[in-house]
Write a protein that binds this ligand. Structure first.
Ligand code: ATP
Ligand code: MG
Length: 305
């Protein structure tokens, strides 16, 4: 297997400042001991509702957040800020953020913004042709290079964000909710750009979304997070057509209509989804959550199924 990224036993807890939150809630386990392999040229979806840990996991991969424990390997080597090839890693992993309104500097012309990004890693001056090529690739006109970001629509801004991620020719693109701020009509155009990058250029894509329909369009594999726990993982087809974990099932129905299950208060179980699960079982949900394999490449962590 050709893994470009391996995540090994990664955990991250956030400590909230005292005073605002009560003492019992001063820690949030955002990522709970997750391991994940990402193959080169594949797209993987990270799904889960708000607060489930998707961005934290993505930021750990991009080395924007340091995990408390565990490690991230790139092509078999631990990513380490102190090694000489670290700069190479930063160049090869680029992030596209959710909000194309706040992620582009309004004071700079697009060309200047792209040039700054390019110059941070390259010393040559052969960037103009490259910017024009990339603009074509993402469906933008050359003349747009010389305008400011406020002159563009949300969809165009997101194309610019993707162009910015592409100027250093990264191997891995992490897209954190890249379409959730956009109109439905524009969403599929943007997702198609990612699909082209994967199919034609063998880019590895890590796509974060709360919506399984978005992930289904692009991703070969899907990891489902709930309160930082990887409750299910598998080929996207299997996750959609044969979901086992009750939370995955809830997400699937949520992408068609809204979550119906009621919140049951005060259940304290090992399983993070217990308080919302219609299959709650006091004994089983309190046992250690093991990975249960139901195929070579499909596991879940529900003790009942
Ligand atoms: N810098 C931080 N300080 C404190 N808590 C944080 C911080 N970043 C994230 N968290 C908490 O960690 C948990 C996971 O957050 P994360 O942003 O990874 O979720 P998410 O799945 O990306 O959510 P969303 O869909 O809303 O973007 C949440 O409970 C969040 O409040
Ligand atoms: Mg997020």
């Amino acid at each position: 297997m050709n893994n470009i990224i391996e995540i090994r036993d990664v955990s991250k807890t956030f400590h909230l400042s005292e005073g605002i939150f009560s003492a019992s809630k001063d820690k949030i386990k955002a990522i709970d001991n997750i391991s994940l392999n990402i193959e080169k040229g594949k797209a993987i979806g990270i799904v889960g509702e708000s607060g489930s840990g998707k961005s934290t996991l993505a930021n750990i991969i991009a080395d924007i957040i340091k995990p408390d424990s565990g490690e991230v390997l790139y092509k078999g080597k631990v990513v380490n800020r102190k090694t000489p090839d670290y700069k190479f890693y930063r160049k090869n992993v680029q992030v596209v953020f959710q909000d194309p309104y706040s992620s582009l500097n309004p004071r700079l012309k697009i060309f200047t913004m792209l040039k700054d990004g390019y110059k941070a890693h390259c010393t040559d001056n052969n960037y103009r042709e490259r910017f024009i090529d990339i603009f074509k690739k993402v469906g933008l006109k050359e003349e747009f290079l010389y305008r400011y970001s406020h002159e563009f629509s949300g969809g165009q801004r997101q194309r610019i964000s993707i162009a910015r991620a592409l100027i250093l020719d990264p191997e891995i693109i992490i897209a954190d909710e890249p379409v959730s701020a956009l109109d439905v009509s524009v969403q599929s155009q943007i997702l198609n750009i990612f699909k082209e990058l994967k199919v034609r250029e063998e880019k590895t894509i890590i796509l974060i979304s709360h919506d399984l329909a978005v992930v289904n369009f692009l991703c070969d594999y899907t990891i489902v997070l709930y309160k930082g726990v990887d409750v299910e993982y598998g080929k996207t087809d299997d996750i959609i057509n044969n979901p086992i974990h009750p939370y995955t099932k809830t997400l699937i129905s949520a992408s068609k209509n809204l979550i119906s299950s009621e919140l049951i208060e005060n259940i304290n179980a090992v399983c993070p989804f217990a308080s919302r699960c219609e299959h709650f079982d006091g004994k089983l949900c309190n046992k250690e959550l093991e990975k249960k394999y139901i195929g070579d490449n499909h596991y879940h962590r529900c003790n009942k199924f």
